[in-house]
Write a protein that binds this ligand. Sequence first.
Ligand code: IPE
Ligand code: IPE
Ligand code: MG
Length: 257
Amino acid sequence: MNTLDDLIAKIDPERIPRHVAIIMDGNGRWANLRGRPRSDGHAEGVSAVHRAVEFSSDMGIEYLTLYAFSTENWNRPQHEVDTLMYLIGWAIERELPDLIRNNVKIRLVGDIPRIPADARQRLLNAEKATAHCSGLTLLMCLSYSSRWEITEAARRLAAQAAQGVINPEDISEELISQNLDTVGVPDPDLLIRTGGEERISNFLLWQIAYSELYFTPVLWPDFHKTTYAEAILDFQNRERRFGKTSAQVQNDPDSNF
Ligand code: IPE
Ligand code: IPE
Ligand code: MG
């Protein structure tokens, strides 16, 4: 069993992913396994978020995107939705001083007006209070789904075309990227999903076109810095070719990853 220090020693500091995205799955099963209510799993998941943020900061990762609540998650039983919203608001407020101290900038992604007022206010407050921070950018995806995000972008661009602000031929991949909630953020280098499912569940479909995918059976509340370090090591052992040949990539002095 590798200790965290052993794993960190193996990580190449020159090839740290700039942007890591995580589908934090498995809270309910973690609780079920212990005969406890699903909400206990979500509460325990908050500690895993804390560890993931801390490790990302320590490793010099620039962007961490966390899938905290999907558009489809609104369809869960109302009491579970209520608990999750309460927990999200409570956790962000509790973590705020620590986030500011660690220079972490919060950015909210998703249909934020749909979040109940109490949690929404706490989230918006955290976004505002960390706007000056210049360390890790933490993108919190809430009431988010990629199809929702792309649909919104399409609607905005169509409106601009109808008003004559842009021409249809002006619509490029760049313009679409600029109209997504993740505008200005480089695409994820590494996407991690915990909980054992090997699917994307409507997360960042556009942005992960060339991301490396890492699936682990570890349930989110059990996600420790060692799990994270293992994912980064796995990422560093891959060859990202972006459609080119292996020889091309190996001869490219600029190909960092
Ligand atoms: C992830 O854990 C948290 C959210 C989706 C909000 P789940 O609640 O999906 O846990 P499982 O997948 O049922 O174990
Ligand atoms: C994905 O997990 C969404 C989040 C982690 C927020 P789900 O538990 O909702 O995904 P499915 O239903 O298993 O695809
Ligand atoms: Mg799940």
